[in-house]
Design a protein around this ligand. Structure first.
Ligand code: GLY
Length: 437
């Protein structure tokens, strides 16, 4: 089998590794904007090209006689790359544009949830004009403000966080309205978690829940990023969740896939990412994404015990219900090392030297390789993942590995530590009142 992977980040490095572990012995090809050394080392050949360059990617897939493709990031999904590859006879793990819209148009996603009565939808409004947008902000009194389009996870601002008061919320809405429509929603209070699933159009195969950390500094301080690190526990649940919380999240995702088929007439085939917030009233939907999360992919993909190629084939053939997708019962902690000054003024083109990683796995992300040396770009550089029986042990493995990565880099020290996890548990206990978390 010839497999084409589109994307060159840490998430795609984890996907590439899983593909190459398959007993089927597939030949891997990749299209990426810059040479990710981790992916390049696993490939027969790669094309350095914009991942949204649909024609060039299809041409490359034809030239390499690709049997199946996996699209990692959201931007090529929004460009219709999946549609174009299917039309060229290449089955794709990654939804067609009609379904990927659930990620790239936040206004569409909320209207869709409302139309199909999907649970977990906040009170919201979609606006193209300042006056009604400001009036709705006043009406709700506590809001999240989102641009409708893709922003790499950095466009959403919420009150009590990046927006100190109603006036700054209105000013941000006005700033966004200069470019796009804006979604204004009631703000939820709780603990965020991610649920990801392979989807074959009908059936879903769920991964363990993950918690990402968007803020750049320890203690959840500083500006938002694409995600500084994430953890899973040794079972499906996170330490602050109850079994019924995960069941509700899964039910919402199942209903979403069914409704997507009804709405678009297309089966959603790929990875569905549900970003939830666990509130006193149960899980609510922050957003859906049409691909694996980054860093969340690096926590869960290496846990899959089922042959990854078999899972990919089941997704494109619609036979996932017949394939048990099993996971090893390990806790994981993923931590990103990012360039000094990230995210506002990152140190670019600075060398990264990877030393002894001990038991940790390394995933190259937004770096490039020249003459065997690896350099930073403006985004997250390398991720390390510790796996063990407990979150605490997995954290120690990841932390130790980071100590042996040299460069003008920093990382969050608190992700996966007992102290931060206890804070999450206490927060949920407080919100729930009496229930044990
Ligand atoms: N970690 C957040 C995302 O991938 O959207």
């Amino acid at each position: 089998m010839n497999v084409l992977l589109i994307g060159g980040g840490g998430r795609e490095h984890a996907i590439a590794e899983a593909i190459k572990k398959s007993k089927q012995g597939p030949a891997l090809y990749a299209v990426m904007a810059r040479k990710n050394p981790g992916i390049a080392a696993l490939c027969e050949d790669f094309l350095l090209e914009k991942e949204t360059g649909v024609e060039k990617v299809v041409e490359y897939a034809r030239a390499k006689k690709v049997d199946i493709a996996f699209i990692g990031p959201e931007a090529p999904l929004a460009e219709g790359l999946s549609d174009a590859l299917w039309e060229a006879g290449v089955p794709v793990v990654g939804p067609k544009k009609a379904c990927a819209v659930i990620e790239f148009d936040k206004a569409w996603a909320r209207n869709f949830m409302k139309k199909y009565g999907i649970e977990g939808c906040p009170e919201y409004g979609v606006f193209t004009e300042e006056g009604p947008a400001h009036a709705f902000i006043d009406k709700l009194g506590d809001v999240a403000v989102k641009p409708s389009g893709l922003t790499g996870g950095k466009g959403v601002k919420v009150m009590g966080d990046q927006l100190p008061d109603l006036e700054t919320a209105k000013a941000y809405a006005s700033e966004l309205l200069a470019k796009d429509s804006v979604v204004i929603e009631e703000r939820f209070v709780g603990e965020e978690f991610t649920v990801q699933a392979f989807v074959d159009g009908k059936a879903l195969a769920f991964f363990p829940a993950v918690q990402d950390h968007k803020r750049v500094y320890d203690g959840d301080l500083g500006p938002n990023t694409g995600g500084m690190g994430s953890y899973t526990d040794s079972g499906e649940l996170l330490p602050f969740m109850l079994p019924e919380d995960l069941e509700k999240a899964k039910q919402i995702m199942n209903e979403t896939v069914k409704a997507l088929y009804e709405e678009t007439g297309q089966g959603y085939q790929g990875v569905l990412y549900g970003q939830f917030i666990l509130t006193a009233g149960g899980p609510k939907v922050i957003e859906f994404n049409a691909r694996f999360g980054d860093p969340e992919a690096m926590n869960v993909i290496p846990l899959i015990e089922t042959d990854f190629m078999e899972v990919m084939e089941a997704v494109v053939k619609g036979t996932l219900a017949d394939l048990p997708v099993n996971f090893s019962k390990k806790a994981t902690v993923c931590k990103y090392a990012v360039p000094a000054g990230y995210p506002d003024s990152p140190e670019k083109d600075s060398e990264v030297i990877v030393g002894d990683l001990g038991e940790a796995s390394l995933y190259y992300a937004s770096v490039y390789e020249i003459d065997g040396k690896v350099y930073t770009t403006g985004s997250r550089s390398v991720a390390v993942v510790g796996r063990s029986d407990t979150i605490e042990k997995a954290e120690a493995i990841a932390r130790q590995a980071l100590e042996n990565i040299e460069g003008k880099l920093f990382s969050r020290k608190d992700i996966g530590t007992a102290g931060l996890i206890q804070k999450r548990i206490d927060h949920m206990k407080e919100l729930r009142g009496y229930k044990e978390a």
